[in-house]
Design a protein around this ligand. Structure first.
Ligand SMILES: Nc1ncnc2c1ncn2[C@@H]1O[C@H](COP(=O)(O)OP(=O)(O)OP(=O)(O)O)[C@@H](O)[C@H]1O
Ligand SMILES: [Mg+2]
Length: 356
């Protein structure tokens, strides 16, 4: 069903994305694939649907979930535990189960703190055991830019996998595209992954026409007739991020046209924490985002004027451009010609809410 809120898991449920499906299929034979795009744009759906359609085994790790709010790190133990749980769900031969349990045993008594080196060694052994299965295994790290917080230097394990474990394909997703690139360091000679080839697939929000078509098809599937003008209004307000369109489709059945307003309210609430966290990091982020959100799209001079008025003095060009670039790296802002814009309408609404 198009309006189901879980990630889609089969190709028959996916709307559009033919090109991305084809590219991802090809990518399975590469060493490393990046699947990039805003939150709720459909990264997990693409990956799961294609892997299921090909009958390929995969391990799916949601890295964001492993982030520890107190230490602001991803503890090596959590990563290991998550890998272990993911493996327990896979169908593996007796031989590999045997190897894995002997690795587990080598970890020693529960409660004994493991050194980072031990955890690294164990994770590496698990990956080696998977590689020895002799068939393709896909290792997916969802929101992989968070791996930069890992306490065990995961990048070098990824590089080892890339170089030596040829049955494992690494798939990394990221909504904070610039940060993911920074973490991987493909262009940074000091990175273990320097110069490696990777296939990159970028999922863009649906165009206006695609979004309209998506809603029409979803309602048709449910045998609900909805006036074109309502569909157009919903797309105008909610834009092309499919996750928000799905919420609208579902809510419409209950609330009718008010669903547009409710999705905006709910969406703004859902992203509020992200926005607040961002604002806590720098007042410049706050004022820049406010300037762009209130104007809809803003040029450098507009942002500069707004920030100057709020801070009470003019920021240096270097400060403003550093902060703007960081916002672009984190995926909050895009630059289109001379204009800066906030990509996700829910983030825009949340910023306006905080500002007023
Ligand atoms: N091509 C598609 N056709 C139909 N529905 C889709 C498509 N892509 C995504 N969806 C729906 O949109 C919502 C968000 O999709 P998904 O969870 O795959 O996105 P994501 O980019 O992985 O998001 P997150 O940032 O939350 O991990 C889900 O309800 C999913 O079912
Ligand atoms: Mg996802």
């Amino acid at each position: 069903m198009l309006f189901s809120t879980e990630p889609k898991t089969s190709l028959s449920e996916l709307f559009d994305r033919e090109m991305e499906i084809e590219r991802f299929r090809m990518g399975i034979n590469e060493r490393l694939v990046l699947v990039l795009g805003l939150r709720r744009v459909g990264k997990s759906s693409l990956i799961l649907s294609v892997l299921n359609s090909m009958g390929i085994d995969y391990v799916f790790i949601d890295v964001r979930k492993l982030f520890d709010e107190v230490s602001k790190k991803i503890p090596g133990e959590r990563l290991y535990e998550e890998l272990r749980i993911a493996l327990s769900r896979m169908s593996l031969s007796e031989r590999v189960r045997g190897v894995l349990s002997s690795i587990n045993l080598s970890l020693g008594t529960v409660g004994v703190r493991l050194s980072m080196a031990e955890i690294r060694g164990t994770i590496t052994s698990i990956l080696e055991a998977l590689n020895s299965l002799g068939r393709r295994i896909v290792l997916v790290f969802d929101e992989a830019q968070y791996l930069r917080y890992s306490t065990i230097g995961l990048r070098s394990i990824l590089a080892y996998t890339y170089d030596h474990l040829s049955n494992i394909t690494l798939v990394l997703t990221g909504s904070e595209v610039g940060l993911l690139h920074d973490f991987l360091g493909m262009d940074d000679p000091s990175s273990e992954l320097y110069g490696r080839y990777y296939l990159s697939i970028e999922l863009k929000p649906f165009t206006r026409d695609q979004s309209i078509e998506f809603l029409k098809r979803g309602f048709k599937e449910l045998n609900v007739s909805v006036d074109d003008s309502i569909i157009v209004k919903a797309v105008d307000e909610l834009d092309g991020i499919v996750g928000w369109l799905v919420y609208f489709g579902k809510l419409y059945l209950d609330r009718g046209v008010d669903a547009i307003y409710e999705v905006k309210e709910m969406g703004a609430k859902m992203v509020m924490r992200e926005v607040e966290e961002l604002f806590n990091r720098s007042q410049y982020y706050k004022y820049i985002m406010e300037a762009i959100a209130t104007l809809g799209r803003a040029r450098w001079v507009d942002v500069n004027r707004y920030v100057t008025a709020k801070v009470g003095r003019r920021p240096t060009n270097a400060t403003l451009s550093r902060n703007l670039n960081n916002l672009i790296k984190m995926g909050f802002v895009i630059k289109n010609g001379d204009y800066y814009m906030i990509q996700d309408p829910m983030i825009r609404y949340a910023v306006i809410k905080v500002a007023t």
